[in-house]
Design a binder for this molecule. Structure first.
Ligand code: UD1
Length: 420
């Protein structure tokens, strides 16, 4: 298992280009199952999670070709041979569950293992299933599997108890080929939902309102192939913005959609960090130690839960005390124990963490417990005194393209080492 070694203390400077959004690419690849024609995706980030969803599609018979040189993927689902992706693949990644909507909608059947809990909580799928049932599917649970059947899905009005990103996407994919109109109320408004809707509309779907809390889908008979460019990754962008702030550096983060990173910009500015907005890029300059600010994670357009751990690393060295409240996931404070090993002063009180800024963090051996926890440890390592060794870095490979090389190009003293 590889580790990342960081010698802290370098101020990051220079430019970094953000890759396409992992959380857009995964549902969009799943959505390519909705038609038998070729779908081409551009600017693909070749991350571990992307390989997993490609393997899932392959396992049901889709033809996928990856071109790593041009960052393109082409998918043709004209010969689907199975409606049951294997458990060994599905258990690797929760987002594999996103194939149920397209398979059910196009083929009237899907059998898939239930995603288990993960490090950030139990993460149920009841809202996905409630949506499929409302569309007329017969959904059964048993032996760790979900089986869903239908003759033809029928449009319905579906109210989500929580604006779940995955449930909104799965129901949207199921509804595009349903008979009649579907309305999803209290839908997730995340940019990745909008990107998926744009992709589906370019295939010939009829979806209105993605990006608001009410999405209207008028079912169509069939979809066609398309070419789509995926939006930039707002979480990767936010992570490099915090890297500039935590090291008191000056970094231009390129290939961003400013509107998508508004909550991160706002919180950095509140912390006293200068953020200069230009077209498709931001310059983040920190002169001095940031001030403590309170954070509360919320569904979009609120502060993203996927940036909570990284901001906690920043608040660990801020002036003052910050209260960080996690409202989206029930157990997303795994990084706290590891940050404390580096000298952070953090106390958990229910769904909040009280972070008292300390003058310095110190390098330590720490463990990445999930993707964003890993990112938080990289950020903490950049500013810590001495050497930080992060193990279990395979979590980072799920969501950050070339993080070591990108950080190195900004002047960080960071390397990846292979361990037996
Ligand atoms: C997606 C993102 C993930 C991000 C999360 C919240 C992808 C591949 N992943 O995950 O990076 O952290 O959005 O922004 O896009 N819930 C239920 N029942 C359901 C579904 C969800 O109770 O049927 C709960 C979850 O347990 C969680 C909350 O809703 O507490 C949010 O989950 P959801 O928005 O569904 O996240 P994901 O789509 O899994």
């Amino acid at each position: 298992m590889d580790s990342i070694i960081i010698s802290g203390g370098s101020k990051l400077t220079g430019k970094v280009k953000i890759s396409a959004a992992k959380n857009s690419v995964l549902p969009i690849i799943a959505a390519s199952l909705l038609c038998p024609f070729e779908c081409k995706l551009e600017d693909i980030p070749f991350l571990d999670d992307v390989y997993v969803i490609c393997d899932v599609l392959n396992s049901v018979g889709a033809n996928i070709s990856l071109n790593k040189k041009s960052n393109r993927i082409s998918i043709k689902a004209d010969n689907i041979t199975s409606i049951e992706p294997p458990y060994e693949l599905v258990r690797k990644m929760r987002a594999s569950f996103l194939v149920i909507g397209p398979l059910l909608s196009r083929f009237g059947r899907c059998r898939i293992s239930l995603p288990g809990g993960c490090n950030i909580g139990t993460r149920p799928i009841d809202l996905h299933l409630k949506g499929f049932c409302a569309l007329g599917a017969d959904v059964r649970l048993g032996h760790g599997y979900v089986e869903a059947y239908c003759n033809k899905l029928k449009g319905a009005k579906i109210y989500l108890d929580f604006p779940s990103v995955g449930a909104t996407e799965n129901i949207m994919m199921a509804a595009v080929l349903a008979q009649g109109e579907t309305i999803i109320e209290n839908a997730a408004e995340e940019p990745e939902v909008v990107d998926l809707s744009n992709f589906l509309n370019s295939m010939g779907a009829n979806i209105i309102g993605a990006g608001t809390d009410t999405i209207r889908i008028i079912g169509v008979k069939e979809l066609k192939g398309t070419t789509h460019q995926v939006i930039p990754d707002r979480i990767e962008a936010g992570t490099y913005m915090v890297a500039a702030a935590i090291t008191q550096g000056s970094v231009v983060v390129e290939n961003v959609i400013l509107e998508h990173i508004r909550p991160v910009i706002a919180k950095l500015q509140e912390a006293g960090v200068t953020v200069i907005e230009e077209q498709n890029k931001v310059k983040v300059v920190a002169n001095g130690v940031p001030k403590a600010v309170d954070i509360k994670t919320m569904p979009y357009p609120g502060f993203p839960t996927d940036m909570q751990a990284q901001f906690m690393a920043l608040m660990s060295i801020a002036k003052g005390t910050s209260i960080i409240t996690e409202t989206v996931f029930e157990n997303r404070f795994m990084h706290v124990t590891e940050l404390k090993r580096m000298g952070a002063n953090i106390k958990i009180d229910g769904r909040s963490a009280v972070v008292e800024g300390t003058a310095k963090l110190t390098g330590a051996q720490v463990k990445a417990t999930d993707l964003r926890a890993g990112a938080a440890l990289v950020l903490a390592g950049l500013v810590a005194e001495g050497k930080t060794e992060i193990c279990e870095v395979h979590h980072l490979d799920r969501g950050y393209v070339n993080i070591v090389e990108k950080m190195q190009s900004l002047g960080a003293n960071i390397q990846r080492i292979q361990k037996e």
